[in-house]
Design a protein. Structure first.
Length: 428
């Protein structure tokens, strides 16, 4: 009987020792984040905000409040947070689930509402598709779409498998008129859907867009069986994505194009004239670009999105007086141009006056940025590629931890047997 009592104690000692290497292996293998319980509202938000977001089909609760929130602890709020200064009014009241106003040059976040809340992106996700693929695909490369790509639901540019299209043509269709068939064809050019989603989510991680999970290259949701758990982004992440994309001249050119002649099979009349390729004009969906009916002075580019589940989404940059403001909004109740103009106006009026409430973090290692004096902080929510990260951790870090645990257990039990062999029999 005494031996049986020592047995559990011995096991407890072994388990205590095992816990250390498993935890160490997990920490070494896993990205620096920690999941938080679902449904927890952030500090600064109204009571029950997390529960309300969870009930909404287009939004999900983000993680619990923490000083580890990307961009700073004040951005953990589910409510409105804004810098204040004498003579600067409060940010405009708009009917949107989430928004962001930031100085794109300095990275200072001037005001936000639920900036890290997870929402369905609709076609604003195409800003990430382009960010990931513009550098990867040669613009003059010819691509023939599959019939499946041509049959994609929603807004289309009208691709056909009978033609090959330049990659640059497809990006024009993607970012000007939000063509879903162009998005799928670009994914095929990148090596297929699985590869493209991996590239998109890796790019989101690279720029620290930790609220983003891409489940499609075009932002469609219900049509593809996706919901806010399997595809989401945040107002904060959209600002990061667009700001990073606009650094690339090709990306910027696609964003700023207003009219473009898109290639198509020649008509019968064109064939008689000897033409091998016809075409038709496509026009931007961003009505805030110069010359458009809702033109905003200094508009650099932006991307709108809409699905029934996501409602209206938008992200844009404008530049005035040598300064650039980036705004984003999600789950708005009406077409976004009027709201976007109000957010941009407030941003230009407030920049340089109000105290920032957070920071748009730069790409790269946030911990290294902080050590170098930057203000980047790690998120308290899972990364965009949550499922892939967890799988990698289980396969990689979990295997290493298990092997270490077995080795420690072997050593502990072997030592125990040796001690028992030399101990007097009466003590057993």
């Amino acid at each position: 009987m005494p031996r049986q009592r020592r047995g559990p104690a011995g096991v407890r000692r072994a388990l205590t020792l095992i816990t250390v290497p498993v935890t160490a292996a997990s920490l070494a293998a896993a990205p620096a984040f920690a999941a938080a319980p679902a449904g927890v509202a952030r500090t600064g938000g109204p009571p029950g905000a997390g529960a309300r977001a969870a009930a909404s089909p287009g939004a999900s609760p983000a993680a619990s409040p923490s000083a580890q929130t990307v961009g700073g602890p004040r951005l953990a709020s589910r409510g409105v947070v804004a810098g204040t200064a004498p003579g600067v009014p409060a940010p405009p009241k708009i009917k949107a689930g989430s928004y962001m106003i930031a100085d794109a040059d300095t990275g200072q976040v001037l005001a936000a509402k639920d900036p890290h809340g997870h929402y369905l992106p609709a076609s604003t996700l195409k800003t990430l598709t382009a960010l990931a693929l513009v550098p990867r695909l040669e613009p003059n490369r010819l691509v023939r779409p599959s019939q499946k790509a041509c049959d994609t639901e929603g807004t289309k540019v009208g691709l056909t498998p009978k033609m090959q299209y330049k990659v640059s043509d497809l990006f024009h269709a993607l970012l000007m008129m939000s063509a879903n068939d162009a998005a799928v064809t670009l994914a095929e050019a990148d090596g297929g859907m699985r590869r493209t989603l991996a590239d998109m989510n890796a790019e989101a991680r690279r720029i620290n867009a930790r609220d983003t999970l891409a489940g499609s290259p075009n932002g469609l949701d219900k049509d593809l069986g996706l919901d806010v758990r399997t595809q989401h982004t945040s107002a904060y992440d959209l600002a990061l994505i667009l700001r990073e994309g606009m650094k690339n001249p090709q990306y910027r050119a696609y964003m700023q194009a207003i009219d473009f002649q898109f290639p198509a099979p020649p008509t019968k009349k064109e064939r008689k004239k000897g033409k091998k390729v016809g075409g038709y004009p496509i026009h931007t969906h961003n009505h805030m670009l110069p010359g458009e009916r809702l033109a905003y002075p200094g508009m650099l580019g932006g991307k709108n999105g809409y699905t029934i589940a996501a409602q209206q989404t938008f992200v844009a940059q404008a530049r005035r007086g040598g300064h650039t403001i980036v705004i984003s909004l999600m789950r708005a109740d009406m077409p976004p141009s009027a709201y976007a103009a109000k957010l941009l106006n407030w941003g230009f009026a407030a920049r340089g006056k109000v105290q920032p409430v957070g920071t748009l973090v730069p790409p790269g290692d946030i911990e290294q940025t902080r050590e170098n004096g930057g203000s980047g902080v790690l998120p308290d929510a899972p990364l965009a590629s949550d499922d892939a990260s967890r799988m990698w951790l289980l396969v990689g870090g979990g295997t290493v931890g298990a092997l270490l645990a077995i080795a420690v257990l072997f050593v502990v039990l072997r030592r125990r047997r040796r001690l028992e062999a030399v101990r007097p029999r009466g003590d057993r």
